[in-house]
Design a binder for this molecule. Structure first.
Ligand code: NAD
Length: 357
């Protein structure tokens, strides 16, 4: 039996509702596969502000760092919007991400056959889409120096610096290559090497590393073409690796191919403790009604198993159970079309657990 300690930050709004279902799924996985999961809850976001006055209490940081992985619900809500910037729930989330040193953001975009009509693109274009965007999260133009606005009046000049060191490129490329090894073994590195020097270095370093991963087929694409190809023929991609700015834009575009925010999970890895969360927010408009879609949170638990704990078979079981739920026509309110009976958050959790194989 393996033992794992999992930190839980349920957060605000629908966070606790969906995270509870993800925890139930992990408990069921523990029973089926003989793992001992210990769960410890911590506060962050609005709930932490209400209880302690700050969005990220010290014991949350210490506790999460001492665990094997973090399962995060969602934070935020209108009641905290007028707080000073550094005391807002979102400030706690950003602080936590940086404390965990997670430099690689994994954002899957999966179009389930059963939900193919939810996309704004034609079903024949998106059917079969299963992309993982690996975005560099702690470097590039969002952090590069020098930056700022200088001069005055009409003479002002604004600038940012896109900078990547060989080491930064190597470590994100390594995450991408190993992620590709766990999937269809195709990796597309996206850059702007025809214009940017920083991208030329990026391409050179990623190309050099390909020799260490002979089972992965590496290709390169300019970011403008990648944006076009994502909406033209998304099925051509398996894993995409790219820098912070390009990844920010492409991962949002890729996730919207699926058309369903309640389905999408994400991970931030690379630091000592992986951070796993749905991409949606705390959805205050539906909080407390028991109707939120828990599948993104449950898929985040699947990513936690795969990328946080190296439990491949268990992660496969979670993903297959989600697919089985959809195949069996079970839907939460956000996915149920006209005439389809919507299941509650808890019933969707039950349905996944019943199909864990
Ligand atoms: P949101 O993702 O919370 O909601 C957008 C829309 O999608 C809403 O109509 C909501 O009801 C729906 N939705 C989202 N998740 C759903 C689910 N699981 N099931 C069914 N429907 C779902 O985005 P928002 O309204 O812009 O933000 C609300 C709050 O969440 C804000 O305070 C924002 O700052 C915060 N937020 C937090 C995170 C995070 O914790 N990582 C991410 C995004 C937004």
């Amino acid at each position: 039996m393996s033992s794992f300690s999992i930190s839980l930050i349920h957060g605000d709004g629908i966070g606790p509702e969906v995270n509870t279902q993800a925890v139930r799924v992990l408990q069921a996985i523990g029973e089926r596969f003989g793992h001992d999961f210990t769960f410890q809850e911590y506060l962050a976001g609005g709930a932490a502000i209400d209880a302690t006055g700050v969005p990220l209490p010290e014991d949350t940081i210490t506790g999460v760092k001492a665990s094997d992985a973090l399962l995060f619900g969602a934070i935020g809500g209108p009641q905290w919007e007028d707080m000073p910037h550094h005391l807002k729930p979102e400030a706690g989330l950003l602080q936590l991400r940086s404390q965990l040193g997670a430099f690689a953001n994994l954002r899957p975009a999966v179009v389930y056959d059963e939900l193919v009509d939810a996309s704004t693109l034609k079903p024949e274009v998106v059917r079969g889409t299963d992309i993982m965007v690996v975005r560099e999260l702690t470097g590039g133009i969002y952090f590069g120096e020098p930056r700022g606005v200088s001069g005055s009046g009409d003479g002002r000049v604004g600038s940012n610096t896109m900078v990547y060191s060989v080491e930064e490129i190597r470590r994100i490329a390594q995450v991408a290559f190993t992620t590709a090894q766990l999937r269809s073994k195709r990796l597309c590195s996206v850059d702007k090497a025809n214009v940017l020097d920083v991208s030329q270095l990026w391409r050179e370093v990623v190309s050099e590393m390909a020799a260490d991963y002979p089972d992965v087929e590496l290709s390169h694409m300019y970011v403008d073409n990648a944006a076009m190809q994502l909406v033209r023929r998304p099925t051509q991609f398996d894993v995409i690796v790219t820098g912070n700015l390009f990844g920010d834009i492409l991962s949002d575009a890729a996730s919207m191919l699926t058309g369903s925010i309640g389905m999408l999970a994400s991970a931030a890895v690379g630091g000592p403790v992986g951070f796993f969360e749905p991409i949606h927010g705390s959805a205050p408009d539906i909080a407390g009604k028991g109707i939120a879609n828990p599948l993104a949170a449950i898929a985040s638990a699947g990513m936690l198993l795969r990328y946080g704990l190296n439990c491949e078979t268990e992660a496969d079981a979670v993903e297959q159970a989600i697919r089985a739920v959809l195949r069996d026509g079970l839907r939460s309110a956000d996915m149920a079309g006209p005439g389809v009976q919507a299941l509650s958050t808890q019933d969707m959790g039950d349905a996944v657990i019943a199909r864990l194989g």
